[in-house]
Design a protein around this ligand. Structure first.
Ligand code: CP
Length: 309
């Protein structure tokens, strides 16, 4: 693995290797162990062309714990605002001896474009591109599910909400099916569920009550208002009435079901506050596991070098 651009197409053994490697880093990410020298002397450039709280910060922590030098480019104050192109920005940062770019961009495919233009020793990790892919979120979600449920082969997982605009949902679906999850369900209004899901082996539900019945894991998604316009945009109250996860609805899932959410959360829109803060919520552990998972991803890609063309 030279770059991590998507979960799609990654075989089960690579996904499992990343999760197993992450588990070896948990004590470092928890600061029981101070740092490991895996990326000593390497420079990790965080390039977030789209806003982020969790992903950007956990990548920074992860790179620091791997002993890398971390450079966070402030995109709003960068010369991108003067019209410098993405590839010129990358060329200039490469001239500063970058070893690894962590890239978030609102355009699907931007990390791929960068990966095609960097030198053979430079690595690219996708931190979320448009509505296409968010591979490290998918991986940390898998890590979280495996942590609480151990084995994917008996699990029913429901992904609920605005699947149409969600790069997290796509990455989760690919990872869950590759890891052998017994049943992957998608639940949401017809307008927010893409048409190609059945081909991916996913069961589609438009009733939340039906969709979460008997589930082991419920992954809630935010309404991505910034990617919607006009007819697609439901009112928050209407949406909550039909698709908000309340304690009463959660009671339809298995009693030991866990509730996940990639964040940011809109309390009272897709999920009730009492569920966010309730006993079944593992939303904050997801964030913590993200550090170890991102350490694993950077550690693995940074030690593979592709042949120069
Ligand atoms: N889950 C996630 O990607 O959150 P951020 O947008 O805050 O990074």
């Amino acid at each position: 693995l030279i770059h991590l651009l998507s979960v799609e197409g990654l075989p089960k053994d690579i996904l499992t290797h990343i999760l197993d490697t992450a588990s070896t880093f948990v004590s470092v990410s928890d600061r029981e162990v101070k740092k490991v020298p895996l990326l000593r002397g390497k420079s990790v450039f965080n390039l977030f062309f789209e806003n982020s709280t969790r992903t950007r910060t956990t990548f920074e922590i992860a790179a620091t714990r791997l002993s890398a030098d971390v450079i966070n480019l402030d995109i709003a104050r960068s010369s991108a605002s003067k019209g410098e192109s993405l590839l010129d920005t990358i060329a200039n940062l490469s001239a500063m001896a970058a070893d690894l770019f962590v890239v978030r961009h609102s355009e699907s495919g931007a990390p791929y474009l960068i990966a095609q233009h960097v030198a053979p020793h430079v690595h690219v990790v996708n931190a979320g591109d448009g509505r296409h892919s968010h591979p490290t979120q998918g991986l940390l979600d898998m890590y979280t599910i495996r942590h609480y449920k151990k084995d994917f082969s008996n699990l029913t997982v429901a992904i609920v909400g605005d699947v149409l605009h969600s790069r997290v949902a796509r990455s989760d679906i690919h990872a869950l099916t590759t890891l052998g999850c017994a049943e992957v369900r998608v639940v949401g209004p017809k307008t927010l569920v893409p048409g190609d899901l059945k081909e991916m082996g996913v069961r589609v539900f438009h009733s939340l009550e039906e969709g979460i019945k008997g589930c082991d894991v419920v992954i809630m998604l935010r309404l991505q208002n910034e990617r919607m316009s006009g007819a697609l945009l439901p009112s928050s109250q209407e949406y909550f009435k039909r698709y908000g996860l309340t304690p009463e609805r959660l009671a339809l899932a298995k009693p030991d079901a866990i509730v996940m959410h990639p964040g940011p959360i809109n309390r009272g829109v897709e999920i009730d506050s009492s569920v966010v803060d309730g006993k079944q919520s593992v939303i904050l552990p997801q964030v913590t596991f993200g550090i170890a998972v991102r350490m694993a991803v950077m550690g693995i890609v940074a030690h593979n070098v592709r042949e120069a063309a």
